[in-house]
Write a protein that binds this ligand. Structure first.
Ligand code: NDP
Length: 409
């Protein structure tokens, strides 16, 4: 019986609250805190209506460490699930380190005005967590998150050695808007407009971003036959789990991350980039300093609001090449998730759902001591089996294709 404090009341926070409420034997008390308390209350009302459980709501500025510490000391949670924005990671981790409460998140820290995605800032807090024998689990959404657990599973059960990994992420859904992002717009646009990067033969190799400055598209793109979604063009982008997985699998020769983007999304993104609306450096507007991307984010639909009319599926998986018993082997572990089904169950679209369910499962792993540890760790460092079992139980069933049944790359 444990008390969970969820921070962040967006699309993902809503899924985490609903999914924790479905598991009262682990999450016996739930508190949801965020910057805008009315959003917490809306989620609490939905949890009461759909699951019949009451959750407490609080207002918090998660950039303020001393306010966070006060809230934690008052509520006394057994774990904190951070599903606010990446910019809040370090403040929430600092409060967890001070109070000795375990921490879990779904996205690595990003400094406000630089497009940098690195784990060093959070890994740097390892001694603080170790000092109190406390635990922080980083990147426990789908990607990062389930993708890392799939790697741990492949290493444990399918391969003696893994040489090549391709993480492939397809959203073949349709939300009916001309342009919208499926999670926080600023984080999403920063991620897809940066230069691409992958790891090969001991070195990081940079590629062009998905759209070049002259408007042409990245040469790296290729078609992949996604189960449940069919053949789709995908682009090479950098993604944070590449960094931790390179450390986890020292024999790895190459690891890449690919994502699909629709025609309409790419056309809008090119125009927004060309007119400067994706810039993250401050500009002066009518005597006030504004960040163009923050302004754009304020205009775009709230990711949570996309859920109602979303149709289609996501198909995300990890493709492995390596060897088993001295013979070459290929495998593909993947999940297909249906937007409309997620809406029916918890009122959310599949991107929030595929992020929120693993966050709940990760917290459950920590509270039930299936994932024990001291310090700051990524998900692939734990036993994948109980987590994989729970994915099947809590709405994200996975499949494995092997050898000749694995889609080509
Ligand atoms: P949203 O923008 O929908 O929600 C973010 C929430 O955080 C909002 O409720 C917002 O409050 C709150 N928040 C922002 N700043 C503060 C602050 N200073 N103090 C307290 N609360 C704050 O984002 P999502 O729910 O879509 O995404 C949540 C997280 O999940 C992000 O970090 C995102 O990167 C990550 N993610 C991870 C994925 C994965 O697979 N690993 C995939 C998708 C997302 P307000 O309502 O006031 O704006």
């Amino acid at each position: 019986m444990s008390k969970v404090l969820i921070i962040g009341a967006g699309g993902v926070g809503s899924v985490v609250a609903h999914k924790c409420a479905q598991v009262p034997e682990v999450f016996s008390e739930i508190v949801l805190a965020s910057r805008t308390v009315s959003k917490c209350q809306k989620i609490a009302d939905s949890v009461l209506e759909k699951i019949g459980r009451k959750i407490e709501v609080r207002e918090i500025d998660a950039m303020n460490v001393s306010d966070l510490v006060k809230l934690i000391q008052e509520i006394k949670p057994n774990i904190i699930i951070n599903v606010a924005l990446p910019g809040q990671d370090l403040a929430i981790m600092a409060a967890c380190a001070e109070t000795g409460v375990p921490y879990l998140d779904t996205a690595n820290y990003e400094p406000p005005h630089r497009a940098e995605f690195r784990y060093e800032w959070q890994w740097g807090m390892n001694p603080l967590f170790k000092y109190k024998n406390n635990q922080a689990v980083l990147g426990c959404g789908f990607d990062p998150g389930v993708t890392g657990v799939f790697c741990a599973y492949a290493k444990k059960h399918l391969f003696d050695k893994i040489y090549n990994i391709d993480i492939v992420d397809c959203n073949a859904g349709n939300h009916g808007h001309a342009f919208a992002t499926n999670f926080d717009p600023a984080t999403n646009i920063r991620e897809v407009t940066q230069v691409g990067r992958y790891f090969e033969n001991g070195k990081w190799v940079e590629t062009a971003p998905i759209i070049n400055k002259d408007g042409s598209r990245q040469d790296f793109r290729q078609t992949f036959d996604f189960p449940g979604a069919g053949p789709k063009e995908m682009f090479l982008i950098y993604h944070e789990e590449l960094q931790s997985l390179v450390d986890y699998l020292p024999e790895l020769k190459r690891i890449r991350f690919w994502m699909t983007f629709g025609e309409q999304y790419l056309t809008h993104l090119r125009v927004l980039q060309n007119v400067g609306l994706t810039r993250i450096d401050p500009i002066n507007f009518q005597g006030k300093e504004i960040i163009p991307l923050d302004f754009l984010s304020a205009l775009l639909p709230d990711p949570a609001s996309l859920a109602k009319n979303y149709t289609g599926k996501t198909s995300i998986g990890v493709r492995f090449e390596g060897e088993k018993d001295g013979k070459p082997k290929t495998a593909f572990i993947y999940n297909i998730c249906d937007h409309a089904k997620c809406y029916k169950e918890v009122g959310s679209q599949a991107i929030s759902y595929t992020t929120g369910v693993p966050a709940m499962i990760g917290a459950k792993m920590i509270l039930t001591e299936k994932w024990k540890g001291s310090g700051v760790m990524n998900v692939e460092n734990f036993d994948p089996d109980p987590f994989m079992e729970d994915l099947n139980k809590f709405g994200l069933p996975w499949e494995i294709a092997q050898d000749e049944n694995v889609p080509k790359i």
